[in-house]
Design a protein around this ligand. Structure first.
Ligand SMILES: NC(=O)c1ccc[n+]([C@@H]2O[C@H](COP(=O)([O-])OP(=O)(O)OC[C@H]3O[C@@H](n4cnc5c(N)ncnc54)[C@H](O)[C@@H]3O)[C@@H](O)[C@H]2O)c1
Length: 430
């Protein structure tokens, strides 16, 4: 069966999904992108143009998902929601109620309340709900997980995850919504949900967090993406700000930009996660898991650089020697096909844009296979909510100045920070 899809949201990440779709079609025939929807029709045209150029498809352009669903010009089986985060839950629910399967960008929903509403509709309709969490799908993160599972560093004691840098008072990705608390903005939440998912992927479920959080740089400015995130600039040139803001405009940021978090995992291991984009003149990117027999160094995702293990005696295991520690480890058939048939690798050479596209292609195949009943998505609603609960656990703890249990964030028992967001967005749980 071929899945007819609409790409909903044609901003920066929408463009990256279009390039992912073009990559997918070089290898697989399971999906057809027949529509692109965005109220900014020129943005939708630009994204549809990339698909038309790179594949045999010429997607129709619509101003909204509802227009595409009602149109006689396209027939849809599924949607790929890549809008700014505030629209995720409403569109996912609308799509599932219209009988469509859903793939939605991270974070799964605006808040955990929004996620619970999505999950309720998922259960009631029986539709597939898949979260586009990409970092864990990098073959190098698959290898890191396999090494931990094989006991290559013994019993994990603790994980350290530091993403500290300076946005030079720019707004993340030069998108106004990312400056705003009520739109789930800020690097700690918007990027932190990736850090959270990877920590959970490597360390297992989290039980409790305690965090100190701040908004340090409140006065920010919309900088050109070529300054803000040069590697992604080409993907963002076509996008338009909803409020008509222009490069150079001042933006008030009330979204948390700095967090220091202690985590206790169900396994008994501990974790420390530090995220900031307000560290002027300072930068630190480090992700390690320390165990009873050594330390696993995990390089940044989507670079092709493999992990490295250092033992207590100072000896290092790296490169293909790592593969000897995981003799049974292989990439899944979809990832392997996209990496030109490689099944086992300890590094790879590819530029960021191509890696990014290939990982998005994996996400399309995850949805396509789940849609035909061949398994369920790797990052389903429970997994998506666990990552968001860890990221919001940081916010809740930072505001309450006390430790919070992750299960209480998932259930909604702890929700003070998110209540403000739910009220602003009109999200009500019956
Ligand atoms: N997985 C990743 O690595 C990654 C990277 C960047 C962004 N994201 C996620 O992707 C999403 C989009 O981020 P972005 O950087 O592209 O933001 P963006 O602001 O560039 O684009 C958002 C687009 O959504 C459109 N939109 C808003 N409401 C809509 C609606 N109801 N229907 C149709 N279109 C609508 C806007 O007009 C805009 O074009 C966010 O949730 C973000 O967290 C994920």
């Amino acid at each position: 069966m071929v899945l007819n899809m609409a790409l909903v949201g044609a901003g920066g990440m929408g463009m990256r999904h279009a390039t992912g779709y073009v990559e997918l079609r070089k290898y697989f025939d399971d999906v057809r992108m027949v529509a692109v929807c965005d109220p900014h029709l020129e943005s939708a045209e630009a994204v549809a143009g990339v698909i038309a150029e790179g594949t045999p498809e010429a997607p129709r352009v619509f101003g909204s998902l509802a227009d595409a669903v009602e149109s006689n010009d396209v027939t849809l089986d599924a949607v790929d929601i890549v809008t700014s985060t505030p629209a995720h839950h409403g569109l996912a629910i609308e799509a599932m109620e219209a009988g469509l399967d859903v793939m939605v960008e991270k974070p799964m929903g605006l808040t955990l309340t929004a996620c619970r509403l999505m999950q309720r509709v998922e259960a009631a309709t029986g539709r597939v709900l898949s979260i586009s969490e990409n970092f864990r799908r990098d073959p190098m993160n698959r290898l890191a997980r396999a090494l931990l599972d094989a006991g290559a560093i013994g019993q994990p004691y603790f994980a350290l995850d530091f993403s500290v840098g300076s946005a030079n008072r720019g707004v993340m990705h030069s998108t106004v919504w990312r400056a705003k608390k009520v739109q789930a903005g800020g690097v700690v939440l918007d990027a932190g949900v990736h850090n959270a998912d990877l920590l959970l992927y490597l360390m297992g479920p989290a039980v409790r967090v305690f965090a100190e959080t701040d908004v340090n740089d409140r006065e920010r400015v919309l900088r050109p993406m070529s300054d803000q995130a040069p590697g992604l600039a080409a993907m963002y040139t076509h996008r338009r700000e909803g409020g008509g803001e222009e490069v150079g405009d001042a933006v008030e940021q009330d979204a948390v930009d700095t967090a220091f978090t202690s985590i206790r995992f169900e396994s008994g291991a501990a974790g420390q996660m530090v995220i900031s984009d307000a560290a002027h003149g300072y930068g630190l990117g480090e992700s390690v898991v320390v165990g009873s027999e050594g330390t696993l160094y995990r390089p940044p995702s989507r670079r092709g650089i493999g992990p490295r293990i250092v033992r207590g005696d100072g000896s290092t295991v790296e490169g293909d020697d790592l593969l000897a520690l995981v003799p049974g480890w292989e990439l899944d058939d979809v990832t392997s096909a996209l990496w030109d048939g490689e099944r086992r690798m300890s590094s790879y050479e590819m530029d960021f844009r191509q890696i990014d596209a290939k990982i998005i292609a994996i996400e399309y195949m995850d949805l396509a296979r789940s849609s035909i009943g061949d398994g369920s998505p790797e990052v389903g609603s429970d997994v998506g909510m666990a990552a968001l609960a860890l990221a919001y656990g940081v916010m809740e703890s930072g505001e309450a100045h006390e430790a919070v249990l992750i299960e209480d964030v998932v259930s909604g028992k702890v929700r003070g920070f998110q209540d403000v967001i739910d009220r602003a967005a009109g999200i009500v749980e019956c």
